[in-house]
Design a protein around this ligand. Sequence first.
Ligand code: GLU
Length: 267
Amino acid sequence: MPCFADRKRVVIKIGSSTLAYPETGNLNIRKSRELVEVLADLKNSGKEIIFVTSGAQCVGAAKGGFLQKPKDTPSKQACAAIGQSELMKFYSESFEQYNHKVAQLLLTRDVISNETRRNNVINTFNKLFELNVIPIINANDVVSIKQLDFDENDTLSAIVAALCKADLLVILTDVDGLYDDDPSLPTSKLIPEVDRITPEIISMAQGSGGILGSGGMLTKIEAAQIATEAGIDTVIVGNKDPRILYQLFETENAKCTFFKGQEHGIY
Ligand code: GLU
């Protein structure tokens, strides 16, 4: 695996299972703070950080008094609306401790198909980079309609990486990367590097997204496919300790799966 020290513009995607307690849906404050600290420090080192975060629905469900994440669309959307402002309050205050400013971008899938909207988003990204502000992205769940829009944030992170011409996409998740079989089996092996996403690779991406998240390994591989086809190197890495991100940028031996961006990828 290469060392990514030279990558400047980096999209980092975090799922609900990194940010919230599975038992309650409440924000895991310790883990979220550790993550913010690492991201703030990476920004201090000169990187442009673009942060794609889920968690609105589960944090909103907990705050809204639901005993578990609801399944019907109006409740999910209400939870997203409650949780998103909670998340942003937390991020804004936490990044502020390190003197970093943040901005919220809630996106829908038409940023791909609608040229005007796409250009608006790209222009916003560019201005935020100029202003040295960390863009924090989630899907705009309140106006999203399932099947037509982002039902999970893995795809969203790949599209964001392509829109802002990122040098690297990093997807954190609850396993260390792609395994050749069910990761809970002791015989399964981590695949360190993937040159091309073949049907065989896709068949390895089995398993579900757990209680909180919406995507499993499959949606992460699909995201890696979108990003690598756009020429963007992609890494899937474990979320247990956010300091793994330092290893990614400082060493060649971080435990993860690296998907090589295609050379003539089209943004
Ligand atoms: N936009 C959803 C949220 O913030 C993402 C759901 C997911 O990827 O788990 O809750």
